[in-house]
Design a protein around this ligand. Structure first.
Ligand SMILES: O=C(O)CCC(=O)C(=O)O
Ligand SMILES: [Fe+2]
Length: 616
């Protein structure tokens, strides 16, 4: 027993040291016990009623932003998108990097805010783990929807259904890398706006220009400028009107959007996605994992209240009364806190068999293993990457076997001295099996089994079922034939723009080439109205078209356009800044393969057209 106690003491020191290490420096202030969740008085501005889009001014506090900005760089991985048949894939449609955020007190505070925004009825289990996405120069996220277009693969009832809503918040919009920690504003970020091409909202008031690119063409929909701390909220699914026949809710195509390329500087955004139903156990990372579990207080705010492990271990080692008190002190959390329940059970059994020294030693050692596993740093047992879960689980398992061997050798030596060889050998074999099984069970609860079930469900930034990446809509890009609805929208939209530009081009032809009667006085209005009517048709939800088209074509056009930015006359210095801030030149008007219109008439046409959002 003396040896075991020494082992306990060593374990305590090791665990305490690791517990200390696990908190990154930048996170300390927010993870300390005196952190309290205070929601900022953010303002809500309605952008669109249908689809519901709201602009949230000041959604994140400065402290929250700097905490999120200072996450270790290594945690960001190349973003993946949902592939066909439920797989995920890395694709040029998303060149940014992303990571999920550990659910510390600060992150849970932001989660609570996101839930409160959506009413008080959405349980936290509907929230996907919060995702950060980081863009450097030239990085972008092409047009996509956040709702899963391939619902059968990503949005079954068992997977929590589809994404009801999205909140995209600007965590950082500044120059340089987050490593410098100088997230002081967005003065040096250019590009990186969030564009909703199918949003049909006339934002005429000048006050919008702080948040949207007022200099943008009407046909481009709405481009939100990346303003630190602000966020966009939108609803992804159409209201159920009976036409879905009790089937899955349909996604709203008007929520198509893109993260436009960053030209210079760095942008970090944050995705908070809410599902229709609770996510399966394990996806949120800390719900059914006894080693990672953080109980929820009665008030609904999350509180991390584990019993210090040395205290827990002393309960296990000494006597029933402590075990009982431990049991009662855990009463409120029993159902959610399997770890403590298991430890208490070990203590109770140990107490009941106190007279049997051998059994006592074994049970105690099991308690030690349990507590040792529990005392390991959370990134170790609740790692952010699934492969680390596996590695750690395997390593811990081997450690347990070794530990069991050691104890049994000690017991064996003692027993041999007492000349009870036969009995000892039986006990050694029994101990090995028992402890190995116990260790496996503990590890299973601790993350191994959740990691195996359904692939990757632990918190992490590797491909994980429906939670760790932006999957929405990107199955379109993977499989051409699935692209149809959104492609069609984009192609038709492109055609409308094309047509409009063509008309303008015609109008700009020298007079001698148009010897016929001058156009009626309202011709300009007609020109503008016709495409606008067409655009409005496009923006109707659920409109289906059958002509084939390619989303990539539009992306190629955008790239071409960025390579050759247009110089346009600007009337206001703020307009120039606004334009520069999102790097939105006029979009190309021709399909790939067709010659680009000549620059001069195109510019002349643009100059003649009062189609920007900003009104005089
Ligand atoms: O970066 C942006 O502006 C938008 C990002 C986005 O839509 C996403 O991550 O799903
Ligand atoms: Fe998105």
């Amino acid at each position: 027993m003396v040896g075991v106690k020494k082992l306990l003491a060593a374990t305590a020191v090791l665990a305490a040291a690791r517990d200390h290490e696990q908190i990154p420096l930048s996170s300390k202030p927010f993870l300390s016990s005196d952190y309290s969740c205070i929601h900022p008085p953010y303002k809500v501005h309605l952008v669109s009623r249908s689809p519901l889009v709201m602009y949230l001014e000041g959604f994140l506090t400065g402290g929250e932003r700097s905490h999120l900005q200072n996450l270790p760089h290594g945690q960001f991985r190349d973003s993946a998108v949902a592939g066909a048949a439920g797989s995920s894939a890395f694709h040029s449609v998303r060149t940014s990097q992303s990571t999920t955020v550990p659910r510390d007190a600060l992150v849970r505070c932001v989660e609570d805010r996101a839930l409160a925004l959506q009413g008080f009825d959405t349980p936290p289990e509907h929230l996907e783990p919060i995702q950060l996405v980081r863009y450097g120069p030239a990085q972008r996220y092409h047009y996509h929807t956040d709702w899963f277009t391939d619902a059968a693969a990503h949005a079954t009832a068992a997977q929590g259904g589809n994404r009801v809503s999205s909140i995209f918040a600007y965590v950082r919009a500044a120059r340089g890398s987050t490593g410098t920690g100088t997230g002081t504003g967005n003065s040096s970020l250019t590009g990186g706006g969030t564009n909703f091409p199918l949003l049909d909202v006339p934002l005429h008031d000048e006050r919008w220009c702080r948040f949207v690119d007022c200099d943008d063409e009407y046909e481009h929909g709405v481009t939100f400028r990346p303003v630190e701390g602000n966020a966009i909220y939108w609803e992804n699914l159409l209201p159920r009107d009976g036409s879905s026949g009790g089937g899955p809710a349909r996604g709203d195509q008007r929520t198509l959007h893109a993260g436009l390329p960053v030209v210079s500087g760095e942008k970090i955004g944050m995705n908070i996605w809410t599902r229709e139903a609770p996510l399966p156990p394990g996806v949120r990372g800390d719900q059914f994992n006894p080693f990672c579990h953080i109980p929820q207080s009665d008030s609904g705010t999350h509180a991390h209240t584990p019993i210090p492990w040395p205290q827990l271990m002393s309960h296990i080692l000494f006597g029933t009364s402590q075990a009982n008190s431990l049991h009662s002190s855990l009463h409120g959390n029993l159902q959610r806190n399997l770890e403590h329940t298991a430890a208490a059970a070990v203590a109770v059994v140990a107490e009941a068999t106190r007279n049997e020294t051998g059994i006592m030693a074994r049970l105690n050692f099991m308690g030690v293993i349990l507590n040792f596993l529990r005392s390991l740093p959370r990134p170790c047992l609740c790692p952010r990457r699934n492969d680390r879960v596996r590695d750690t689980a395997v390593a811990a398992f081997l450690g347990c076997i070794l530990g069991a061997l050691l104890v049994n050798i000690v017991i064996g030596v003692q027993a041999a001295r007492e000349k009870k060889k036969k009995r000892t050998m039986g006990r050694v074999v029994g101990d090995l099996g028992g402890m190995g099984g116990f260790s496996a069970a503990g590890l299973g609860l601790g993350g191994f089994v959740p990691g195996m079930m359904g692939g990757d469900k632990s918190v992490g930034n590797t491909p994980v079922v429906g939670s760790q990446q932006t999957f929405g809509g990107m199955a379109h890009v993977q499989q051409g034939r699935q692209l149809q609805p959104l492609e069609d929208h984009l192609q038709q939209r492109q055609q409308v723009i094309e047509q409009q530009k063509h008309q303008q081009h015609q109008q700009q032809q020298p007079k001698q080439k148009q010897p016929l009667a001058p156009p009626p006085r309202n011709s300009t209005k007609q020109q503008l109205q016709q495409p606008r009517q067409q655009m409005q048709q496009l923006r109707q939800p659920q409109q289906r078209h059958t002509e084939p088209s390619l989303l990539q074509q539009r992306q190629q056009l955008l790239e071409e356009e960025e390579d050759q930015p247009l110089v346009r006359p600007r009337s206001h210095p703020e307009q120039q800044q606004s334009k520069a801030s999102t790097h939105r030149g006029t979009r190309a008007t021709s399909l790939p393969g067709t010659p680009r219109p000549l620059e001069a008439p195109r510019m002349a046409g643009l100059a003649a057209r009062p189609a920007t959002r900003r009104r005089p």
